[in-house]
Design a protein around this ligand. Structure first.
Ligand code: ATP
Length: 403
């Protein structure tokens, strides 16, 4: 794989965005001591996934972020992007198939001051593992031989045979397979552990299966009883419903009857009320009549009392008149006797038997009596104030007296 371009921003001494193009076979970076030539190699190594701060000549990974200078403040983010040329099919075959179709492969690494790190392949966020796998067997990578910086030759020559073997294996292209074998072994180990766990679980499940069987039997019985109970409840409810329907029908009939009775009673009541009104009116008229009669009776009573008194007075007057009549008769007899004696014995004038004094008024009078009896009748006494005019006839039931 050929590096096409390197973009650095905020990484070590490269505070501003710097793009280095590798468009020739041989590229030389020249400059005075401390100008930042080794920082370019560090940027490539860091972008490829280097995890050791020491290998990047720092104490912590945070040291790769621009720390500030006399004229500028520190930066919050370090970002490096390496763009590989992938147009050559011979090289493209060596990378994972999902990236083989791309003419360029851009790998980006970002690091924020709060420690957040990001890896991107062709601007798509990926894991560090994806980047490591991309470079396996290509000779590119943090531990590969493609980057030979200052003092690296001496390090290779004087390194331990095991470390030197890594370079040889990488050059032979078997690192990838070794890595895959390691991954497969790790997976197998994981699977073995999973199997062990599954065996434990199966044993545990076997242990609980008997108890579960009992619980299942119980649950089945419970379900069966519950179904039976539901049937019974349903049956009972249907009976109750029927009862309620019948009761409702009966009560409806009774209610209709009662309503009819009530209507009838209402009609009877209204008739009775009308009759009562009539009776009341009648009673009222009777009462009025009774009151009238009572008033009339009272007046009649008053009249009777007045007439009684009048009768008494008339009786007194009559007895008085009778006495006067007697004395007048006596006087008349005396006069007659004296006249007789004076005329003696001339014609003796005697009253006829029909003219004899009687209690009742005579129908016919003799001539001797006529002048005396022809006297005008006495005037009745004047009526008392408030009293009624006297009647000529008294009620026979009271006194039986005659006028
Ligand atoms: P030499 O030829 O001596 O090896 P060089 O050209 O390779 O030097 P580098 O070692 O790449 O130079 O760069 C060192 C410079 O980078 C120093 O001036 C140092 O101040 C600067 N530097 C390193 N880390 C940071 C950082 N985090 N922030 C700012 N500047 C940094």
């Amino acid at each position: 794989m050929h590096i096409k371009r390197l973009e650095i921003a905020g990484f070590k001494s490269f505070v501003d965005r710097t793009v280095i193009h590798f468009d020739h076979d041989i590229i030389g970076v020249v400059g005075p001591n401390g100008c930042g030539k080794s920082n370019i190699v560090d940027a490539i190594r860091w972008c490829m996934g280097e995890q050791s701060a020491r290998h990047l000549r720092g104490r912590a990974m945070e040291d790769v972020i621009f720390n500030g200078s006399e004229s500028r403040g520190p930066h919050g983010l370090a970002e490096v992007t390496i763009t590989f040329d992938n147009s050559d099919p011979a090289y493209a075959e060596t990378i994972p198939p999902e990236y083989q179709a791309y003419p360029e492969i851009a790998i980006t690494r970002r690091l924020y001051r709060d420690g957040t790190s990001e890896y991107l392949i062709n601007k798509t966020q990926v894991r560090l593992r994806d980047i490591t796998e991309l470079f396996l067997g290509t000779g590119v990578g943090t531990k590969a031989y493609s980057i030979v910086e200052q003092g690296r030759i001496g390090q290779i020559v004087s390194s331990r045979p095991e470390d030197r073997r890594l370079f040889i294996e990488e050059a032979a292209g078997i690192t990838k397979y070794k890595q895959r074998r390691k991954q497969a072994e790790r997976k197998m180990e994981l699977t073995r552990q999973n199997l062990l766990r599954i065996t434990d679980i199966v044993t545990e499940i076997d242990r609980t299966r008997a108890s579960l069987k009992r619980q299942v039997a119980k649950a089945e019985r419970y379900v069966q009883y519950r179904a039976e109970l539901e049937d019974l409840v349903l049956h009972d409810a249907s009976h109750k419903l029927l009862e309620h329907i019948v009761t409702e029908q009966v009560e409806r009939g009774a209610h209709a009857e009662a309503s009819a009775g009530v209507e009838q009673a209402r009609a009877t009541l209204s008739v009775s009320e009308a009759e009562l009104d009539l009776a009341r009116q009648e009673a009222l008229s009777i009462e009025q009549r009774a009151e009238k009669a009572s008033t009339s009776a009272f007046e009649a009573d008053n009249e009777v009392t007045g007439l009684g008194a009048e009768i008494e007075r008339a009786r007194d007057r009559m007895s008085h008149l009778l006495e006067r009549q007697k004395s007048a008769e006596a006087e008349q007899e005396e006069i007659a006797r004296r006249l007789g004696a004076w005329r003696t014995p001339s014609v003796k004038t005697t009253p006829s038997p029909s003219c004899a004094p009687k209690r009742r008024a005579p129908t016919r009078r003799c001539k001797a009596c006529a002048p005396r009896l022809a006297r005008p009748a006495r005037k009745p006494p004047p009526p008392r104030p408030g009293s009624k005019p006297t009647r000529t006839t008294l009620p026979s039931s009271k006194s039986g007296a005659t006028s």
